[in-house]
Every structure is written in structure tokens, then in C-alpha cells.
Design a protein around this ligand. Structure first.
Ligand SMILES: C[S@@+](CC[C@H](N)C(=O)[O-])C[C@H]1O[C@@H](n2cnc3c(N)ncnc32)[C@H](O)[C@@H]1O
Length: 267
């Protein structure tokens, strides 16, 4: 974790920047670094989970581009650019892949250039500053509709974002609205913080997020609840599992039990 911007050192910690610190990125402020350092010291599993979550995103996107033939992606909760970014993974497999990125953190917007530089000549990307809690606005965006053809299958990726929605914000209803706008043959790839393996620690970590007034509280959910997000979809093997166990591509992967992920097809 680096020294950060002193000028913005008293900014309220934000999940995108805390996550960036945990990935050892440099686009974060002092307040974010303090939260990330304490998180990593008290719950080292979180940092490992974050790294594995990122690797899972790479494998899931590669799967969608290569095996499922997905050519366009809607990625909500993109995060601060971290190489390889989602479009780089997709365009490496499919040079024409198009990606619409969405995040609500202005700092992600500041760094959007890295997201807007396609890996290939034919690949295209856009970035929208928007909120997952307003799915109708995302779907109605002219820029989004100029890039993505919502009559063709889309890969909807919600990677480590739904746990920033509280129950009162009705995450299932938001997901339903997004999926309803996509045609049959679309896919949903979703990862989520899960407290099943260490419920007391997960509760403490969530309480710590609240105490430190991170701008969105974290809400770890059970494996059963995360499975519920895929209701009405055809969940691919092996289902909802710790992210490191989803289509692993190397030996000795850690359990990374703090993040669970799954991929499903819209019938
Ligand atoms: C933990 S980061 C995950 C980044 C990336 N998807 C990954 O997994 O590597 C969560 C991201 O979701 C964004 N986010 C949180 N709540 C959001 C909301 N309501 N609308 C849009 N973005 C949100 C944060 O700004 C942050 O960039």
C-alpha cells in the first residue's frame, strides 16, 4: 500500500479504493489505506480472497468469451483499473469484444482512461458513472445502447459488488430488473463476500466497515443466499463455490472462502 494523496487524506474511505489498497494498487487515499491495513492485519483471509476474486473474474470472463461465445459485457462495479482489466481479458480471447463499464465512484471515472483503451483495434469500451441501485437508468443509457445490442446475449458481470447493497435496497429485485432486460443466452457472473466459513469474523469485519464509515457498508451473505441470486437461471457447474474452486487453472489454489462466485445462463 502506498503513501497516497495527502491532499485528500481525510476523504471518507470508499469500497473501490479500499479494494484497490488490498490489491496493492496506488489509486487510493490515506483514509482508505488505514482501513485496508487494519482489515489485512485483522483478517488476512480478506486480502487473499480479494486476489482470488480478481483471478476468478479473469477465468469467468475467459469462459464467457471462449466457451459461451459472449461478445458484449456489462460490468457493474468495475473498480479502479487493475491490469488485466475485464476488456483486456475478453479481447484477448475475442478481439471484437465490447464492454460497458459502470461504477459509482468518481475516482474510477478519473482513471477511466485505462478502461477506455481497447486491447485490440476492433474492441470497444465505454465507462458510465452510474449506480447499481438505479438499474433502469443504466439500461436506458444512450451510450450503453449505442455500444451494446441488448437483443443479443450479454455477459452481465457483478464482481464483488452486491455485498455493498443492504437488504433494504432489495438486491434480488435489482438483479431481476437487469436480467429481465437481457435476451435468452445471456450470462450472469457474480461473486460475493460470504461469511459461512467464519461467521463471527465476517460479522466483525462488517461491523468494522460500519465503524470506519466506509461509504457503503459490506453485507456478507450465506452461500444459500448467494445461490438465491441465480433463481430462474441455469447455474453452470460447479455452482456457487469459493471463487478459487471455480474452474481452477493452476495447482495449489487457496480456498479463498471469503468470496463465493458462480456463473449462470439465462434460459
Ligand atoms: C470491491 S470493488 C470490486 C471491483 C471489481 N469488480 C473486482 O471485483 O475486481 C466494488 C466496486 O463496486 C463499486 N460500487 C459499490 N457500490 C456501488 C453501486 N451502488 N453502484 C455502482 N458501483 C458500486 C465500488 O465503487 C467498487 O468500485
Amino acid at each position: 500500500m502506498h503513501e497516497g494523496s495527502a491532499a485528500l487524506g481525510d476523504a471518507r474511505p470508499h469500497p473501490a479504493r479500499v479494494y484497490d489498497c488490498l490489491l496493492e494498487g496506488k489509486d487510493n487515499y490515506l483514509a482508505d489505506q488505514e482501513v485496508a491495513e487494519e482489515l489485512a492485519a485483522r483478517w488476512p483471509e480478506i486480502q487473499q480472497g480479494v486476489r482470488e476474486n480478481r483471478r476468478w473474474m479473469h477465468r469467468a470472463v475467459r469462459y464467457l468469451a471462449r466457451e459461451a461465445g459472449i461478445r458484449q459485457f456489462l460490468d457493474i462495479g468495475t473498480g479502479i483499473p487493475t491490469r488485466p482489466n475485464l476488456h483486456e481479458v475478453a479481447q484477448e480471447v475475442e478481439p471484437t469484444a465490447r464492454v460497458a463499464y459502470v461504477d459509482n465512484d468518481p475516482l474510477v471515472l478519473n482513471h477511466a482512461e485505462a478502461l477506455l483503451t481497447p486491447l485490440t483495434e476492433q474492441g470497444r469500451t465505454i465507462y458510465l458513472q452510474a449506480d447499481l441501485r438505479q438499474p433502469g437508468r443504466i439500461l436506458a443509457s444512450e451510450r450503453l445502447n449505442a455500444l451494446l445490442d441488448l437483443r443479443e446475449p450479454v455477459g452481465l458481470t457483478l464482481v464483488a459488488i452486491l455485498h455493498f447493497l443492504e437488504e433494504s435496497e432489495r438486491p434480488e429485485a435489482i438483479l431481476e430488473e437487469l436480467v429481465a432486460a437481457l435476451p435468452s443466452g445471456s450470462y450472469v457472473a457474480l461473486s460475493h463476500a460470504c461469511g459461512d466459513a467464519a461467521p463471527a469474523s465476517a460479522k466483525d469485519a462488517a461491523a468494522f466497515y460500519r465503524e470506519r464509515e466506509v461509504s457503503a457498508p459490506v453485507v456478507p451473505r450465506s452461500e444459500a443466499r448467494i445461490n438465491g441470486f441465480f433463481a430462474g437461471l441455469e447455474l453452470l457447474e460447479p455452482g456457487v463455490v469459493p471463487v478459487s474452486q471455480w474452474h481452477p487453472d493452476g495447482p495449489d489454489l487457496p480456498e479463498a472462502v471469503w468470496f463465493y462466485g458462480g456463473v449462470a445462463r439465462k434460459p
